[in-house]
Design a protein around this ligand. Sequence first.
Ligand code: DGL
Length: 262
Amino acid sequence: MIGIFDSGVGGMTVARAVEQLCPGFPLVYFGDIARTPYGSKSPETIIRYSLRNADFLLAQGCELIIIACNSASSTAADTLRGQYRVPVLDVIEPATARAVQVSKNGRIGVIGTRATVKSGVYEKRILAMAPESRVFSQPCPLLVPLVEEGWLNRRETKMILRKYLHPLRTRQIDTLVLGCTHYPLLSPLIGPRIGRRVSMIDSSIEVARSLNDYLSRHPDLRARLYRPGAESRFFVSDSTEAVQKLAHTIFGRAITLEKNDV
Ligand code: DGL
């Protein structure tokens, strides 16, 4: 099984992308709804939660873990890689590579949670790959609660987005990294507000592509994980009506959420 975790429902955008791009690989998803959002917590706390989530996925028999959360990827990926023998993929590396590839003028915007922006990880990695780039980062702490609440098309959400995106609009960016797995759910609102000519990089699609690539380079693991017809399972540490609805919106079908507080 492939294990995926996030602080909440945002990582389901990664699970959906993996389902679409790598059919036949059953998933075990864990969304830490009880402790979301991670992005406003300290690195020590995010690392502690991430270790607990990964332990849970390994106990379910997962042989590969995807950290489907930018906040956890930016703070806990190295600790997880040092701790476990299974491969650990994160969402930042693939999104960075795509942004550098897509940008023509080298001016790249990044939106994310406070934890992700504060870690400076996107900036460091983009500059390591393309030193002549300019990176403009904007923390958007209100977006995760809005998404978790299911406010995907509300006037208030549009107003907040306009405010967050304004500083980036003045920087002539041509590429915008959606540095949080919740944000693809807001991309229909982000696109027109950042400008049609700006390419949006969706980290959930990029991580699914990088998983595909990883599996083709590791055929033994691929063969063990490939189980067409086997059901994916979705665990959450807490469940509300809004979360159920959002899971349905993301997958376009009813998803059974199994409550299990790790
Ligand atoms: N989806 C997570 C991320 O990609 C969200 C955030 C959070 O819990 O703050 O950063």
